[in-house]
Design a protein around this ligand. Structure first.
Ligand code: PNS
Length: 164
């Protein structure tokens, strides 16, 4: 049996990171020795936070999780994973719509780097169907999102929304 540590990458935009994301990260850590939260920058998206800010918020939100770190992702996800010795990409699935997109990504990533597996975890029941974009909408309209994010993220969202 291999003695190599199992390293999982959990990629996303994390604009901002939510308790739904953190549930997936925690469960990925149950399957791997180390988990790297990879904070991507999709140029087609209009983000509330810069990539550096999203990385900082992800780092603050995973600070109490042993074996979990957060880093900016640039270039291809599979190259990022290979450079860090990661052998698995973990993605959370909330509903059928997520699956169509994620299956396409998994197939392309597997074509690019056949050795790296994608594993799908069903989103947790409690915060399973929330999304960063819905939370941004609630916050923009003065609603309370404190249940769904860490205190660091809550403060950053409040500050950002107040400035707009
Ligand atoms: O939360 P998101 O917006 O679905 O996350 C998207 C992300 C960052 C995971 C995705 O855009 C990504 O993997 N970007 C890196 C570039 C890449 O490898 N794309 C897939 C090639 S098919």
């Amino acid at each position: 049996m291999s003695t190599q540590p199992r390293i999982a990458v959990v990629p996303g935009s994390y604009d901002p990171i939510t308790r739904g994301h953190l549930d997936i990260v925690r469960r990925a850590r149950g399957l791997a020795d180390r988990v790297i939260v990879a904070v991507g920058d999709n140029t087609t998206k209009n983000y509330l936070f810069t990539q550096a800010e999203r990385v900082r918020l992800a780092q603050a939100s995973v600070a109490d999780l042993a074996g979990v770190s957060a880093e900016p992702l640039s270039g291809l996800l599979v190259d990022f994973a290979a450079e860090r010795g990661a052998n698995v990409i973990v993605k959370g699935l909330r509903f059928a719509g997520d699956f169509d997109y994620e299956l396409q990504m998994a197939h392309l990533n597997s074509h690019l780097r056949p050795g790296i597996e994608t594993v799908f975890l069903p989103a947790g029941r409690q915060f399973g169907t929330i999304s960063s974009s819905l939370l941004r909408t609630i916050a923009h309209n003065g609603g309370d999102i404190s249940e769904f994010v860490t205190p660091e993220v809550l403060e950053a969202v409040r500050e950002r929304v107040a400035r707009r």
